[in-house]
Design a protein around this ligand. Structure first.
Ligand code: BES
Ligand code: ZN
Ligand code: ZN
Length: 498
């Protein structure tokens, strides 16, 4: 899709659909539209009882007063409450509406107030990302006819005030790589688990390394090396699978770097639960269990374009969680790379086992300033925060506020959760150092985070439980059912902010 920024006269924009936004406060006060059209608008507004509420639309034929053949007024409700998240929702539902007309070319007249109250580059990026994300479909496995039916929109013009043009241009540059990265992550999550095996992810990582011409180096550790490193927890999870585990390390080093960050993604390419087998219903969506890994690969695919000036290491401990004669059994005790022993009481709590070794490796071998992990870790986090919000656990206040800021600026919703010291009791084991499930049934997302903390030591660390927002179970304006790419924009914003 092609995006253009323009400051030319609205009436002359030669597009199929011209879209303007109207809040319920203004009496359709759109000074940039021809006078004759305004009176026409007033008429249809009264006839159709259009109140410019959030999500309300008015479609008008411009009768030759515009170059566009259709005019769409999108209601945005009250103009007081403003956030990047709201703008994205508004653009996404508007795009859904616009697509009903199957236009090839559209223009969006950006309300000046958006660019004045918030950062103009980030508003522009938000808008462009939303257009791309709302238009996304995973069509690879559909027959051809259906693929073509959905390919309409080619060009999107953002009409902005002349004095904001340069700032908006910056946003266009951000969206060029961020939208691409989110779509990359979505495609990867939506691909069936039969395709996205651990070795598929390893090869994909290598191809990202080759594309980046020397700035990104990719290494893949095979089973024998993992045994030597003592990654008993990761190897335990992979034991039941016919697919070999792959420990993937991507390393990006620009000429000058301000600090070293390790980003880790949970990479269970399919989670059956292992011998603690999931129900058929709970297993249906479990190709999503590599969503964290997809975020890491997506971010790495654009790090150079995004001009990141940090040293970044990406780590993915990729394997399947399968039941078999070789699978780890409840009651087994595994030893992680940092020598801590873990009693496995439920083989479905496998993510924390693979992450135990990924985090240990990061701490011991990389010695980073900060570690950030993203994992579809617990159903309990979905119970706590629902499907749209990720849980954030973090042991450092500055890192916490930086990540919260990035979440706000990218419209990716997160909520900080506590690392409750007292709950550590709940994961003590009688036979080993810790156990992989808790005593009792409450606070499962917190005890999972506390489990991970056992491997972090003194390093600054943040953990995102993205079990809810990684995957849309139904169609939403910004995402059709499937992978969402949640976390990509947040992480890119975090890595690029000073
Ligand atoms: N991958 C799941 C968590 C999950 C569930 C992600 C639903 C997305 C949607 C994880 O490995 C898991 O199975 N967790 C268990 C832990 C329990 C056995 C302590 C859970 O949440 O039920
Ligand atoms: Zn599981
Ligand atoms: Zn899992």
């Amino acid at each position: 899709m092609k995006f253009l920024l323009k400051s030319s006269a609205v009436a002359k924009l030669d597009v199929d659909v011209l879209t303007v936004f109207s809040s319920d406060k203004q009496n359709i006060d759109l000074p940039f539209l021809p006078k004759e059209l305004i009176s026409l608008l007033e008429k249809s507004k009264n006839k159709e009882k259009f109140e410019a509420k959030d999500g309300e639309f008015l479609v008008v034929a411009p009768h030759g007063y515009l170059a566009a053949y259709k005019l769409l007024i999108a209601g945005v409700g009250t103009e007081e409450i403003f956030s990047y998240y709201q703008i994205q929702k508004c653009i996404a539902s508007t795009i859904r509406k616009i697509n009903e007309f199957k236009p090839a070319k559209i223009a969006l007249v950006i309300p000046p107030i958006w660019l004045e109250r918030l950062s103009a580059p980030l508003v522009t990026a938000s808008i462009i990302e939303s257009v791309e994300l709302a238009s996304y479909r995973f069509m690879k496995y559909k027959s051809e006819g259906e693929q073509n039916r959905n390919r309409n929109l080619e060009e999107v013009i953002l009409q902005v005030m002349p004095n904001k043009l340069a700032r908006c241009e910056e946003g266009l540059n951000i969206a060029r790589y961020s939208a691409k990265a989110v779509l990359f992550a979505r495609d990867l999550v939506n691909e069936p688990a039969a395709v996205t095996t651990p070795s598929y992810l390893a090869n994909l990582a290598k191809s990202i390394g080759n594309d980046a011409k020397g700035i990104t180096k990719v290494t893949v550790l095979e089973k024998e090396e993992l045994i030597k490193l003592g990654m008993g927890a990761f190897l335990g999870v992979s034991a039941g699978s016919a697919e070999e585990p792959k420990f993937i390390r991507l390393h990006y080093k620009p000429q000058k770097s301000r600090k070293k960050v390790v980003i880790i993604g949970k990479g269970i390419t399919f989670d059956t639960g292992g011998l603690s087998l999931k129900s058929a219903e709970n297993m249906e969506t479990m190709k999503l269990d590599m969503s964290g890994a997809a975020v890491i690969l997506a971010v790495f695919s654009v790090l150079k374009e995004a001009n990141i000036d940090l040293e970044v290491t990406g780590i993915i401990a990729a394997c399947e969680n399968m039941p078999s004669g070789k699978a780890v059994k409840p009651g087994d005790i595994l030893t992680a790379m940092n020598k801590k022993t873990i009693e496995v009481l439920n083989t479905d709590a496998e993510g924390r086992l693979t992450l135990a070794d990924a985090i240990s490796y990061a701490v011991i071998k990389e010695k980073p300033d900060e570690i950030i992990d993203l994992a579809t870790l617990t159903g309990a986090c979905m119970v706590a925060l629902g499907q749209d919000i990720a849980g954030l656990w973090v042991n450092d206040e500055l890192l916490a506020s930086q990540l919260q800021k990035s979440a706000e600026l990218t419209g990716e919703n997160i909520w900080r959760m506590p690392l409750v010291k007292e709950y550590k009791e709940l994961i003590k084991s009688g036979v080993s150092d810790i156990k992989n499930i808790q005593t009792g049934k409450y606070g499962g997302a917190i005890t999972a985070a506390l489990f991970l903390q056992e491997f972090v030591g003194k390093t600054k660390w943040a953990h995102f439980d993205i079990a809810g927002p990684a995957f849309a179970e139904t169609d939403t304006p910004l995402t059709p059912r499937g992978g969402t790419g949640f976390g990509v924009r947040l992480l890119l914003n975090f890595l690029s902010s000073k």
